[in-house]
Design a protein around this ligand. Structure first.
Ligand code: HEC
Length: 186
């Protein structure tokens, strides 16, 4: 019987010890992570800053998506594939769009353009009213879209570029002439 008593006491002791250990474990780790602890490995990749190239790619892709929608304001004259109407509305395919100084295209959008224009040997003597596009973001988007669609491979036009030209031409009144725009080099 005394043996039994000792066994019971031992079992009870072991149980208590297990409970005590479990309880301290559950109560939390002894060293809580601090903001200085390295993040868990799976997150480390996400926390790296994106490269400049990745940011530019992302911006261009966002502008393209938005620009495709804004281009609805242009399709009636320049057609869905940018081919235009020979002799009436110029095509938007070619180096005169893809390689043009952004300042030239932004001015044409903001205030409209008129006057003789020769593209691919075809003469245009029309008038384009100011674009029916309100915000700098939308203007940048539609210009990026036409500079990078249908085989064009020009650089993107950013909202900041549009903002700068809008500021610089605040005093301008009336349509630009093609002659004025030819003097724009940036
Ligand atoms: C009402 C018809 C019409 C609409 C709408 C229109 N355009 Fe035009 N666009 C023209 C005509 C006409 C010209 C040529 C003007 C000239 O002969 O100087 C032109 C010229 C241009 C040029 C060349 C400017 C230059 O001289 O370098 C660009 C770029 C252009 N349009 C883009 C657009 C975009 C983008 C939109 C939509 C936001 C748009 N157009 C909407 C008729 C239109």
């Amino acid at each position: 019987m005394t043996n039994d008593g000792a066994t019971r006491a031992m079992v009870a002791g072991v149980l208590l010890a297990v409970l005590a250990v479990t309880f301290t474990r559950l109560a939390g780790p002894r060293t809580a992570p601090t903001s200085d602890s390295p993040p868990p490995k799976v997150y480390r990749k996400l926390l790296e800053p994106p490269s400049r190239a990745a940011v530019n790619e992302h911006l261009a892709a966002t502008l393209m998506q938005r620009g495709k929608r804004v281009y609805e304001a242009c399709v009636a004259c320049h057609l869905p594939t940018g081919v235009g109407v020979p002799g009436t509305n110029p095509p938007l395919i070619g180096s005169h769009i893809a390689d043009a100084p952004p300042g030239r295209l932004i001015r044409a959008m903001l205030h409209g353009v008129e006057g003789p224009l020769t593209i691919d040997g075809e003469e245009y003597e029309g008038v384009m009213p100011p674009a029916q596009v309100e915000t700098d973001d939308d203007l940048a988007a539609v210009l990026t879209y036409i500079r990078r669609s249908w085989g064009n491979a020009g650089s993107a036009v950013t909202p900041a570029m549009v903002r700068a030209v809008r500021e610089a031409t605040r005093e301008h009144e009336g349509h630009w002439t093609t002659e004025d725009l030819n003097r724009i080099v940036d």
